[in-house]
Write a protein that binds this ligand. Sequence first.
Ligand SMILES: [Zn+2]
Ligand SMILES: [Zn+2]
Length: 378
Amino acid sequence: MGLLSKAAVLDGIEGKFVIEEYEVPDPKAGEFILRTEYAGVCGTDVHMYYGHLNTVEYPIVMGHEFCGIIERLGQGVTEDSNGRAVKEGDRVVVVPGVSCGQCYYCKILKIPTRCSNMKAYGFVPNKEPHLLSGGFSQYVHMKYPNTSFFKTDLEPHIAVLTEPLSICVYGFQKAGGVRFGSTVVVQGTGAIGLGAIAFAKRSGAAKVIAVGGPQRRLELAKRLGADVLINIEEVRDPNERKRLVKSETKGNRGPDMVVECTGFPAAVPEGLSYLRDGGKYVELGHFTDVGPTQVNPHWHILRNHADIHGVWGSDVEHMEMTLSMIERMELPYDLLVTHKLPLNRIEEAILGMSKKEYRLDGEEQVIKVAIDPWMELS
Ligand SMILES: [Zn+2]
Ligand SMILES: [Zn+2]
């Protein structure tokens, strides 16, 4: 009898997570079997649960932010995407998206995150040939040709942050980087916002201003590099927030860059109004459609010569850059994982992330939940 893998199968929109057991296949040439250590619950998983992502088919095993130990290597898999030799027993971080390399976006435009034939672990229906393709499972079958992964010595509860934090890296890169010595505002202090704060500082920002809340998250923002904290629960008027932000910049000009990580549409015109003329706006908060907002094209875009950027997901390159940075462990990234839960508590994690009043294990607010599929079901 071979290995068996428990997996949490979401049976439909706002459905149940059913714990099923599957036989783990032998990896074919070019494939491998990963023993999952942690799989992060992402805001995107929350939206998939509520049916907000129209490309998703149910039932599904979600989980695209995961790391684990190579359990069995198929023939020919000898090195990771950095060219480092790998063997069974090594810890790796997986890049969930696998682009085809052949379509118009991959080959001509070289934007693999927009690949027309994208396969992504954690986003495919739970049926043949995609069984064991999501991180909310004890084993994941790494089977899509050209799957990228990186060996790491990071502890798994930190390695699991590589994918979410890589979004920030891609955003900065697309905006042409953080200007050395500049002032950067980050709107939002969830996992992505905190990552943006950490990486803005590491990229050479002289001053990072966090606009978010509640207080506990702002304190975390400070530990990750924020110099100025503006608590939206205390400063409730957007105009007052704008005045405070501008007063923190030389000549009241406004920041050089604003990074939106809140997921609230109204944050966008507010953030655009902070910018100095010619400043950069990086939108990382709306990976799902939560509705429109009013932007005044004259004042928000043309009059201030705004330089606006959006990214969709991240690519292998950004995962590699992110991992190299967090492997230095210069900041307490581990504070981002506030909860570790077993497979049968994913629904609670989703409630904790989507309902403001929901208290997961009595905690004030969830930042990142890491699912440990080996933790005893409770
Ligand atoms: Zn994610
Ligand atoms: Zn492609």
